[in-house]
Design a protein around this ligand. Structure first.
Ligand SMILES: NC(=O)c1ccc[n+]([C@@H]2O[C@H](COP(=O)([O-])OP(=O)(O)OC[C@H]3O[C@@H](n4cnc5c(N)ncnc54)[C@H](OP(=O)(O)O)[C@@H]3O)[C@@H](O)[C@H]2O)c1
Length: 329
């Protein structure tokens, strides 16, 4: 009799825990689906008018890939564009194209973000007098061509500084430059491009994934600090986009073209401040988080397995990427 009572208590407790867990996940997934529906479906129909933030948008790394696509899409939506990159020739050609195609004004600033602190006073001078409503902190570089262990790149001493300057210092310093005037006007939008590579430690992409989680945390903190003052800081976390950085891997249901990625990602402004940027990338993120929940992906076991896996596919990847097809200028 005693045993039966104990057993029925046990089964009651276990079935209650089970039901609560099921209800918790159903509510959580329903909430995520609703948020996703707003950000990626409704946003196709009702888009935020980006001109409310100000007349000018600044885009770093604006001559190819995602940065160029953001610059073009912002111009299409009525903003004047400041393009910042290393190559004067490419800057002139993109600026000409935007002016003739979208009839917006442009300015170009030639700057190399790997150089560190020294470049920002010149950038500040060239931005003076412009009503900057939007900053897109897009510029970024990988530590290695494909995958590599930390010391297995030529001249790691220099490369480490370059990657940190380009991927993290640029985001903080550019934000520092534009924020004061945005605060004075009580409005502004800063878009920071992080990466899905930041969603967990990525062995053989160690410095890249570490700089990208910096971008994610910095964006979320900055948004919390300044949202009450009219500033939105959006963190964009893409999967694979076909650009020079990804050796122009062909566009597919999983891989977005830069133009379509930038269009979808800009649609999400006003709906979310942390986004995969587009529906297909959000679904990939969702599927990954179900198969490998956060606690599992962050576990040392999983990170060790990732390292083994990365090591095993590195030779094939290197072979595939031996002749990078840099199609986009
Ligand atoms: N592609 C992807 O699948 C992917 C996925 C997740 C996140 N991301 C992130 O998205 C951002 C853009 O990536 P992307 O794939 O579009 O790269 P990309 O095609 O290599 O373009 C990089 C842009 O930045 C400029 N640039 C590079 N180094 C620079 C430097 N030191 N100083 C100034 N400008 C520099 C390049 O122009 P110049 O050569 O003329 O300077 C180019 O305009 C990066 O932050 C990247 O981490 C990309």
């Amino acid at each position: 009799m005693g045993d039966t009572a104990e057993w029925s208590w046990c089964s009651l407790v276990l079935s209650s825990i089970g039901s609560i867990t099921v209800v918790y996940y159903l509510l959580r997934w329903s909430w995520q689906c609703w948020q996703g529906f707003k950000a990626y479906v409704l946003s196709e129909i009702w888009q935020t008018d980006l001109r409310i933030y100000g007349q000018w948008a600044v885009v770093t790394g604006a001559t190819s890939g995602i940065g160029r696509a953001y610059a073009e899409e912002l111009a299409k939506r009525g903003l004047n564009i400041v393009l910042i990159s290393r190559s004067e020739d490419k800057l002139r050609s993109v600026s000409k194209e935007i002016e003739s195609q979208y009839k917006r004004q442009t300015r170009v600033i030639q700057s190399d973000f790997t150089e560190g602190h020294s470049i920002y006073s010149a950038i500040a001078q060239q931005l003076e007098g412009l009503e900057i409503g939007i900053l897109v902190n897009n510029v970024g570089m990988n530590y290695t061509g494909v995958l590599a262990n930390f010391l297995d790149v030529p001249d790691p001493h220099q490369r480490i500084t370059q990657v940190i300057n380009c991927n993290t210092l640029s985001v903080t310093q550019m934000s520092r430059l534009v924020l004061p005037a945005m605060l004075e006007r009580g409005k502004g939008l800063i878009i920071n491009i992080s990466s899905e590579a930041a969603s967990q430690p990525q062995p053989m992409l160690s410095l890249y994934s570490a700089t990208k989680i910096f971008v994610t945390y910095f964006s979320r903190c900055l948004h919390a600090e300044y949202r009450s003052k009219g500033i939105t800081v959006q963190c964009v976390v893409p999967f694979v986009v076909s650009t020079n950085m990804t050796h122009n891997v062909p566009v597919s249901p999983l891989v977005k073209s830069a133009a379509s990625f930038a269009r979808d990602a800009l649609n999400t402004v006003g709906y979310t401040t942390y986004t995969s940027g587009c529906l297909t990338h959000a679904l990939q993120h969702f599927a990954l988080s179900i198969v490998f929940p956060g606690w599992l992906r962050l576990s040392s076991y999983c990170v060790q397995r990732m390292a083994k896996f990365a090591n095993s596919i590195e030779p094939q990847l290197r072979e595939m990427m031996a002749e990078p097809k840099n199609k986009q200028d």
